[in-house]
Write a protein that binds this ligand. Structure first.
Ligand SMILES: Cc1cc2nc3c(=O)[nH]c(=O)nc-3n(C[C@H](O)[C@H](O)[C@H](O)COP(=O)(O)OP(=O)(O)OC[C@H]3O[C@@H](n4cnc5c(N)ncnc54)[C@H](O)[C@@H]3O)c2cc1C
Length: 417
């Protein structure tokens, strides 16, 4: 394929870029995909793998403002802001707090629902039945709390589920201990969301997408895009990479948390911040879980993967450059021990990744203002394994000029001005 004939260049081969590239390829486009790292090299590698099709609760919720001092003072808290990074993050944090007002939360929840509800269907479309059965478990998800009474957050989640008509089942202490032998008595309450599920291995899932993309005739170049340059006096773009120069008529920027570096030189300003998250792998945990568990009191989740138990979560606002704080991963080990006192934590390994996050938990999907043919597919935050494939389908339909079946307005890239 000569660069001159490329019809769409996709930048970034995480879950969002690869899903978009595959949908585009299947709709008849010639697609070239750029990523310097072997997929999955970003957040798509180490996430908790939860596919939360029936979750429509944004991250910013009412009552966050009084919590800001705590975020600054406790570096190991479930949500921490590094004081030195606070001034840089402040504009994004203010938009985030504003997105947590109840009327906004209801509208955001509607848009999350519209995007997420087809997550499993899109994964099946992308993977086909055999890979889907191998990699995806639509086995439900359990949320648990350590509080005796329903917390405000849990009550709001319940209200949002009812508003969206999402089935759920309340679980008492006996139900929980029957479902999860070895669960600590500290866990008091739970909710089963049967419409959610997980992947047994995010890395293998993304590698499978990559293999399907290559089999279908896609081109993947291990190059880092340095700059997007609009062509002088005619439609299209030049893509300057660390080792090459490519011409294309359309571009999809799916570079995750690093997308800002490509967009800012063009004057495209979107509030995209990274919420850094950590995981711990426990290869021989001794637990045999059949669903994921999301511990809402401590803001972490556990997922039974084919290569061990993954304990993942927490949010650290510290930008793209600060080194990881492994104490946060160790705090996850302490948390899982509180939930399952008998868990075997030998052989643990740590990882940190960059969630690409918007203030309102909705991605930026669609064409950039003033740049015809330049599309954004970034900002999936905590929900890329869920919202990535449906976003990819939506964007591929927009690019191909087909009916989208979903109102793209809530995800428009310029909604913050
Ligand atoms: C701890 C943790 C737990 C999570 N748990 C879940 C979960 O359970 N369920 C869920 O739905 N989501 C979860 N997420 C979120 C999910 O992982 C992300 O939303 C998703 O992976 C984002 O995908 P992406 O393709 O946008 O970005 P990425 O996966 O980060 O991919 C971006 C790619 O772009 C490439 N790139 C960047 N710049 C350039 C450039 N200049 N040129 C070429 N390529 C470039 C990078 O190398 C990278 O491969 C979690 C995230 C974390 C950190």
């Amino acid at each position: 394929m000569s660069p001159e004939t490329t019809s769409v260049a996709v930048i970034g081969a995480g879950v969002v870029g690869l899903s978009t590239a595959l949908y585009l390829l299947r709709s008849g486009q010639r697609v070239i995909l750029f990523d310097p790292l072997p997929p999955p090299g970003g957040a798509s590698f180490g996430n908790a793998g939860m596919i939360s099709a029936d979750t429509s609760v944004p991250i910013a919720l009412p009552g966050m403002l009084p919590k800001v001092p705590g975020w600054l003072l406790d570096p190991l808290g479930p949500l921490a802001v590094r004081p030195s990074y606070f001034p840089k993050a402040l504009p994004w944090l203010l938009k985030w707090v504003a997105a947590g007002r109840l009327p906004r939360v209801l509208a955001i929840s509607d848009a999350m629902r519209a995007l997420h509800r087809d997550a499993f269907a899109c994964w099946k479309e992308l993977l086909g039945p055999t890979h889907y059965a191998d990699l995806i478990r639509p086995a439900g998800q359990v949320h648990v709390w350590e509080a005796d009474k329903e917390t405000e957050g849990a009550a709001l989640e319940h209200r949002l589920r009812e508003r969206q008509g999402i089935p759920s089942q309340t679980l008492g202490p006996d139900d929980l201990r029957q479902m999860f032998p070895g669960l600590s008595t500290a866990v008091k309450r739970g909710v089963l969301i049967p419409g959610n599920g997980y992947t047994v291995n995010p890395q293998r899932l993304i590698q499978t997408l990559q293999a399907l993309f290559l089999e279908a005739g896609g081109v993947l170049l291990p190059e880092s895009v340095m700059k997007i340059i609009p062509c002088d006096g005619r439609a299209g773009y030049d893509v300057m990479t660390n080792v090459g120069f490519h011409r294309t008529s359309r571009i999809v920027v799916a570079a995750g948390a690093r997308a800002v570096r490509l967009l800012e030189p063009l004057g495209i300003r979107v509030p995209l911040e990274t919420e850094r998250g950590y995981h711990v792998m426990l290869p021989t945990s001794g637990l045999s879980l059949t669903t994921t568990i999301s511990n809402k009191s401590r803001s972490f989740g556990v997922t039974p993967m084919e290569h061990g138990l993954r304990v993942a979560g927490t949010v650290e606002i510290a930008g793209l450059e600060a080194p990881p704080d492994e104490r946060r991963a160790k705090a996850l080990v302490a948390s899982v021990r509180t939930m399952f006192p008998g868990v075997n934590v030998e052989g643990q390994s740590f990882w940190m990744g960059f969630r690409p996050s918007t203030p309102d938990s909705l991605p930026f999907l669609g064409e950039a203002r003033s740049y015809p043919g330049l599309f954004l597919a970034v900002g999936h935050g905590h929900f890329g394994m869920t919202g990535g494939p449906p976003s990819a389908r939506l964007l591929a339909n927009i690019i191909a000029g087909k009916a989208t079946g979903l109102d793209p307005q809530p995800y428009r890239p310029h909604r913050f001005g």
